[in-house]
Design a protein around this ligand. Structure first.
Ligand SMILES: Nc1ncnc2c1ncn2[C@@H]1O[C@H](COP(=O)(O)OP(=O)(O)OP(=O)(O)O)[C@@H](O)[C@H]1O
Length: 827
């Protein structure tokens, strides 16, 4: 319609001349409207509004279009964008300039079209629509829909029409010959995909426009309808075809994945088969696969994304179609299932993918990432999974992710239990530049990179051959970057990346040692679980593991990295505390003791585990306790030290912790004390840090918070005479606990097993009363007997008896004592 605004508006009722019947025919808008209504109900993506009014502007435009295009008005759709073949642009000869259109022929065509349409309407218009098979260009979907419908109508009709035409006696130069030629033309156009839809549409249009007799037309259409009825399954099936077309279109528009489906025109089955293969190949291609499947389906869920690359080329049509037809059920699914077994699962198992798959993977994974960005409150995995066709659901396929090295079933449980909504906003920071890159990725640098590497390192991490897609940077510590990632089995992890280049060997040794500790602590509650790791510098790792690295001089020169895949924590204790204190801010309320007990106990248990393993953490602080599925877990063993000998103290060489939580001995590590002994840091140093954490939990600040500079802190913490300020607390045991942890003399500090039994955590049970109720009752009986004549004594005794024997009565020791005193006086 666009580009032809100068056409005169169609009259509401027009009279055309029928050359066969030689009499004027009334074109009644009602019939047009009926057709429109019919098509509105028979095609799921038609606008409902189009049928609500007979003389809407849409209607008038449709009439105009019908004049212009020689097509039945009834099958017009609202303008949408779609994809069609590009390989062969419409030939000039097949598109007649409007200016030379024979107006009379035009009228005849419209008339014939209307008749055809009404005939088709009576047969339910069950026309399967085959998606275009190759090439990508964006055109007016109105055209495309028309062409597709015409194409479909022609394609299955071919044998019958030809037979019918043959039976009518074909001959060169006559109308039947012309029709046959046209029919052949149309069919061949489909078969060879040459001229694609435009030619086919033109062929069909020409066919109609060259019909010489109405009888012949009627006969043709009867046959056509027979074909329609037998060839098309039902309306749903057509919707599924539409959707599969939509999926394909989305894929194409994302990554220019033309090669996946190029080269030949395919029937819908072939296309689904191809699509299935494409997905399966990508599934084998590692992480990307989830994105592939997800994204193709995510298309319908991402319609509001302004930045989503998938969506940009998929507007009204895809939305309505996606709304109207679900992939999970129906014939399309059946087809997908049908093709699955034939898909080669091992084709790309080696991790190297075909370039087009890589391109597709990136493009689609970019959609996933964008989806996550767009819909931060939703679970991307859930979205991914719910949008998967059933047979393409991604499971723990060993070819994708090998979790066999997990010590216990703990880690896999992380899956889907960490809704992003629980994750602090900082966790969900998606790198905008990245997402922009994602959008460009399909055609830009990412493509070439992926061709070389089979994955885009800007989008993925590869650890031991397994891909993890970046979701965003969680944070960066002194020595590392930590990213939130998703694995191919849709599990969220934290990936810690440590750059080794330029670090001294002792530090590098420390990093590798962290892996050793985490390996040692696998399966332990309250310790973050290491899922997988890789040290790219194998020599370094070997040396570290053999212990020949710690004393090596110099710095790491090679461009090595350490990757650690860890359980993902939702929030750390530092953030939890800040949140808690924000809640209490302004109110007189103090911290809830039960909340305190609950987390303090978990903190102690975590540290107890490492102390039992003869590991001193040395950097205990709230930020190093992460909440994972409701439990606090200890992270960051970067400067942890193993206790080498039986002595309780160890030598410290480099970093000694975070200032506010550092013990006095940590400041004076390796120095000699007043007695000439070398000051060492051992388990008690961790206990001091725990005391500082507890202090912060109780008072909302660390014990030396007011001393801001390093030197001020150093001075006050290392001063044995400095007295820590403790504000009064309602629970004296809590105060006692703090003092037990923050004793300046490390030998006076309690150890973890003692702290776990401290009265604050295990309140002392009140001592049992010396006499049981039974004994008291017997005693009362004796009193009653001895005061048999005394009414008042009787009354008191029966009262006492009642109180002692009634299980619901709560008699305080005071009450009992008073009653017995009175009785005593009476006796
Ligand atoms: N498993 C995890 N899940 C979620 N977040 C994590 C995880 N591991 C680390 N983080 C976060 O990543 C950031 C840096 O991590 P980490 O402390 O391990 O790095 P680091 O280099 O050792 O830092 P630092 O030396 O400053 O303690 C922190 O904000 C931490 O909360």
């Amino acid at each position: 319609m666009e580009g032809e605004p100068d056409l005169p508006a169609a009259p509401a009722e027009a009279k055309f001349f029928n050359p066969v019947q030689s009499r004027p025919i009334n074109i009644n808008p009602d019939s047009i409207n009926l057709s429109r209504s019919f098509n509105t109900t028979s095609t799921s993506n038609s606008s409902s509004s189009s049928s609500s009014s007979r003389y809407t502007p849409d209607f008038v435009r449709d009439i105009q279009a019908a004049f212009k295009r020689h097509r039945p008005v009834a099958v017009m759709h609202r303008p949408v964008r779609n994809v069609v073949h590009q390989r062969e642009t419409p030939k000039e000869s097949s598109i007649r300039p409007r200016s030379i259109l024979d107006s009379k022929k035009c009228k005849e065509d419209i008339l014939q079209s209307r008749r055809i349409q009404s005939q088709r309407c009576s047969n339910n218009d069950n026309v399967p629509i085959t998606p275009p098979s190759d090439g990508v260009t964006t055109v007016d979907a109105h055209d495309v829909n028309m062409k597709l419908i015409n194409t479909q109508r022609d394609q299955p009709t071919k044998p019958k029409i030809n037979d019918a035409v043959a039976s009518l006696g074909p001959g060169p130069g006559n109308a039947l010959g012309e029709i046959q030629r046209k029919v052949h033309f149309s069919s061949n156009a489909i078969a060879t995909s040459c001229g694609a839809d435009d030619q086919m549409a033109t062929g069909t249009g020409d066919l109609l426009s060259h019909m010489d007799s109405l009888a012949l037309t009627e006969k043709m259409m009867v046959m056509d309808n027979q074909v329609d009825t037998s060839a098309a399954a039902n309306q749903d099936w057509r919707n599924h075809n539409l959707q599969s077309m939509e999926m394909e279109n989305s894929l194409r528009s994302e990554g220019g994945i033309t090669s996946v489906l190029t080269g030949r025109a395919m029937g819908d089955h072939d296309q689904l088969h191809q699509f299935g293969n494409f997905l399966q190949n990508d599934l084998n291609n590692a992480m990307t696969q989830s994105s592939v499947v997800g994204s193709s389906c995510v298309t319908s869920t991402l319609m509001n994304s302004s930045s989503a690359p998938v969506i940009n080329s998929t507007t009204y049509c895809s939305q309505s179609e996606a709304d109207g037809a679900q992939l999970e059920t129906g014939p399309a699914e059946g087809k997908m299932n049908a093709v699955q077994p034939s898909c080669s699962l091992s084709k790309n198992a080696g991790g190297e993918s075909a370039p087009q798959s890589a391109v597709a993977s990136q493009a689609i994974s970019s959609a996933l990432a964008t989806a996550m960005e767009v819909n931060k409150s939703s679970d991307p995995c859930k979205e991914l999974k719910t949008s998967l066709p059933l047979n393409y659901s991604i499971t723990k396929d060993s070819s994708l992710v090998d979790n066999s090295n997990l010590v216990n079933g703990d880690v896999p449980n992380v899956k889907s239990q960490l809704p992003p909504s629980d994750v602090p906003p900082s966790d969900m920071k998606l790198e905008n530049s990245k997402s922009e890159k994602l959008e460009r990725g399909a055609t830009g640098k990412a493509t070439s990179t992926s061709r070389k590497k089979s994955y885009d390192p800007d989008l993925f991490f590869k650890v031991n051959g397994k891909l993890y897609q970046r979701l965003g940077k969680i944070g960066s510590g002194g020595s590392s970057e930590v990213h939130k990632v998703i694995s191919s089995d849709c599990t969220i992890y934290a990936l810690k990346k440590i750059k080794l280049k330029g670090r001294d060997y002792a530090t590098a040794f420390g990093f590798c040692q962290e892996i050793g500790y985490l390996n040692k602590l696998r399966g332990k509650n309250n310790i973050i679980q290491l899922v997988d790791y890789e040290v790219t510098d194998k020599t370094l790792l070997r040396e570290v593991m053999h212990g020949s690295m710690s004393n090596k001089e110099g710095r790491v020169r090679d461009d090595g990295f350490i990757y650690m895949v860890l359980e993902h924590g939702e929030i750390d204790l530092a953030h939890m505390l800040a949140q808690k204190w924000r809640e209490l801010d302004g109110s007189n309320a103090t911290i809830d003791e039960n909340w305190l007990r609950f987390y303090w106990q978990q903190i102690l248990q975590a540290v107890n585990i490492i102390h039992e393993e003869r590991i001193v953490h040395s950097d205990l602080k709230p930020a190093n306790f992460l909440l994972v599925r409701g439990s606090l877990k200890l992270i960051d063993f970067g400067i942890a030290k193993a206790i080498m000998s039986d002595t309780t103290n160890i030598q410290r060489d480099s970093q000694v912790g975070t200032l506010s939580y550092m013990s006095p001995e940590a400041f004076m590590c390796n120095e000699t004390d007043a007695n000439g002994n070398t000051i060492k840091c051992g388990r008690p140093s961790d206990i001091w840090s725990l005391g500082c954490i507890l202090y912060q939990m109780v008072y909302g600040r660390t014990p030396f918070a007011e001393y801001r500079t390093f030197w001020a802190k150093f001075k006050v913490i290392t001063d044995p005479n400095h007295e820590i300020t403790y504000e009064p607390l309602p629970n004296p045991w809590l105060l006692d606990l703090l003092q037990k942890c923050l004793a300046w003399d490390r030998n006076e500090r309690w150890r973890i097993p003692q702290l776990l039994q401290h009265p604050f955590l295990v309140p002392p049970v009140p001592p049992k009363s010396p006499s049981t109720p039974d004994q008291l009752c017997t005693l009362l009986q004796l009193i009653v007997e001895s005061t048999a004549d005394d009414q008042k004594g009787d009354l008191l005794c029966s009262q006492l008896h009642g109180m002692l024997t009634d299980p619901n009565a709560s008699v305080s020791r005071d009450q009992l004592r008073k009653l017995l005193q009175i009785l005593n006086r009476l006796v």
